[in-house]
Structure formats: structure tokens, C-alpha cells
Design a protein around this ligand. Sequence first.
Ligand SMILES: Cc1cc2nc3c(=O)[nH]c(=O)nc-3n(C[C@H](O)[C@H](O)[C@H](O)COP(=O)(O)O)c2cc1C
Ligand SMILES: CCCCC(=O)C(=O)O
Length: 395
Amino acid sequence: MAQSKTLAHFEPVNLYEFEALAKLKLPKMVYDYYSSGADDQYTLADNIEAFKRLRLVPRVLVDISAQDISTTILGVPSSFPLVIAPTAMQRMAHPDGECATARAAAKNGVIMTLSSWSTTSIEQVAKAAPGAPRWFQLYVYKDRDVTAKLVRRAEKAGYLAIALTVDTPRLGRREADIHNKFSLPSHLTMANFVEEGDAEKSHMEQGAGSGLAAYVASLIDRSLSWKDIAWLKSITRLPILVKGVVTRADAEIAVRNGVAGIIVSNHGARQLDTSLATIDCLEEVVAGAQGKVPVFVDSGVRRGTDIVKSLALGAQAVQIGRGVLWGLAVGGEEGVDRVLKLLRDEFELALGLCGCRSVKDIRREMVVRTTSEGKRPLSNGPMMNGWASNNHARL
Ligand SMILES: Cc1cc2nc3c(=O)[nH]c(=O)nc-3n(C[C@H](O)[C@H](O)[C@H](O)COP(=O)(O)O)c2cc1C
Ligand SMILES: CCCCC(=O)C(=O)O
């Protein structure tokens, strides 16, 4: 098989190499859509840079011969603290699209989130890996009946939670998509609307600019507000997570509105350019959540060390978006499987080298903020945290 052959010839050993290989394989329009951020892409770069500014402070001579990196997410076991973020239109990356992702997620014991804008239907994805834990990401259409129907279908098909995306009342301006006149290739559909015979929602027109921007502008409900959490709760018994919160104030409101979890996200820098990197917002949001609901983080996670840092700053797990798309493009299910295993191995290694046997051993003190040159800020003194200086008081 051509896909496997590529893997056999050049085995990517990190997510950046998966991206480089994916770029070679994908049509330019598709690669550009997947990789782009909004406007000048300052936040796109900063999502990565911000993780680099954080440095780890390891402890030594801890027996790590029996590591356990598993965790529990909303009551569901997860082989390590990672959830697959929703990314739209996965069959542009590989013909097996969302089904390949679902199978690889199930095989690796991690939760997959399916996008509202999948190119495979809610039910088909459920059938691809029966019984595996999955969340459904919701975009709210102006037509609330259409929206409610999506939620009911997800519930019926066994999805365990609804991730309501709250950072996209309008689409961020992705300049490559405008140049490329991006639209969903005509052999593919927004599969959740095909059965309804709703061509306006299942297809995307190619027009003068980004077809996606036009689709969002005409169909997505810009009036979405906090009161709609109550509406959503009135139509489903599934737990609701809000995806796209980046402030303490919004985290507090989310908790008051009875959400089951908060996902700190800037949508992989595809919405508001020059917004803060999410890893720099995480602690604020964790404070706002007051320990009442779990907090997750995405945008810029590329390495096992990024997962350690996210957990040290209070996340229960990370989500990854593009990494899975690169895996899909490189090798379908096998490619996603490789990406998940890679991140799992990197996380286990980083955790062990930090002197942690399990995720429970992760402490805030393991992470320090540095300047962009990787220097500790002077104001924090030479040894700015107890983790490094308290002479093994923990042990
Ligand atoms: C190509 C692409 C499509 C996406 N589609 C969706 C989507 O349908 N719904 C959603 O809530 N987020 C979507 N996102 C955002 C991701 O869920 C996630 O927040 C982001 O990709 C995380 O950043 P990362 O790509 O740096 O891991 C998409 C992101 C990308 C790159
Ligand atoms: C409304 C956005 C469509 C899919 C998406 O979330 C993305 O491209 O980032």
C-alpha cells in the first residue's frame, strides 16, 4: 500500500516530521486549510513559543521502574492524558477520514471528539469503533431544530459528552483560504446533513473567497450566548463542555451555568489573532474553575513535554488537533496510531525524567516561566520554586 510504503521509507519521529511529510502528500488547498492560523498568525507561532518559554525542573533518584501514565476523564479511563480535538473535514486528509481516527483512538484507549463538520456521519463513526468513548463537538446553527437534531443523534449513537465550541460566532480570517478559494471538494460532504437532504448544509459553494467563511456567515448562529447553555441542557442529558474559554471570568460564568468541563482553546490560533497562547491562560482558567470542573487545554501541543507542562499548570488532559490530521494524511489509521503512540511515549519519558511515576505525582513546581531567551526572570530569584530547592521534602 502506498501509504505504508511512505511510512516504511521515512519514519517520522516527531509531530513536526509528520507535518512535513503530510505537506508533501496533501493538495496545497488542503494543507493550507489545516495548517493556517488567522491573520498574521502571531498566535499560531506563540502557541508553540509559549510552551518553549516554560521550562521543566526535574527531580532525580525517584524509582520510575513501574510507571503508570493512565488517567480518568469525566469518569472514563484514558490510557494517557490526551483527547483528540475535533477537526473538520478529515476525509480531505485520507479517504478513511474520521473512521480511521476513531479506530486509532479506540486502539490507543483515548477519547476522540467528532466535529459537527465531519465528512463521515455521527452514526458511521460510532460504528467504526463500537463502544469506544467519544465526544461530539457542536456548532450551533441559526436553525435550532437542526442543532437539536445533531445533539439527539450524538446522544443516541452513544457519544458521552457535547463539546460546545464558543470561540467561533464568526470565522477567523485565514488568508490562505481566501487566496485558495477554499471549499470542500465536491466528492465529499458535511456528512451529518446528507441524510436530511439539506444541500445548503451538506455542501460548500466555491466562491470568490473562502467557501468556509461564507458557509459560517450564512448558517452559524452569531447570537449564541451564555443563556444557550440552559437551552442545551434542556435538550440533552449529556454533560456539556465549553471549548474556547481563555479567561478566569468566563470560567467562573461557565461553572455557574453548570458545565461539566472547560476546554482552554484558541482554536489552534485560527480565530482571534494576537490572542494569548492558551498555555499562558491555563492557570487563570483553572483558578476560575475552582476545582469544580475539569479543565482541558489545546492549541500548540506538539510534544510529550507540552503535556507534562499542561498538567503541571492544572489541566486534566490536553487535546490535539493538527497532529492527528498529519497522521491521517501520512498513513490513515496507521498514521494516527503512530502519532498517538509517539505522544504517549514522549509523555511517559518526559514524566519519568521529571521524576514522576504517575500523573498524580505532577506538581506545579515542575514548571517555571522563562523569558523568550529561555532565561529565568530575575525577579523570581535564582531558584524560584520549592520543587527544585526543598531537598526532597516531597519524598
Ligand atoms: C483543520 C482544523 C479544523 C478544525 N475544526 C474544528 C471544528 O470543526 N470544531 C472545533 O471546535 N474546532 C476545530 N478546530 C480546532 C481544534 O479543535 C483545536 O482547538 C486546535 O486544532 C488545537 O490546536 P492544534 O492544532 O495546535 O493542536 C479545527 C482545527 C483545525 C486545525
Ligand atoms: C466554523 C469553523 C469550521 C471548522 C473549524 O473549526 C476550523 O476550520 O477551524
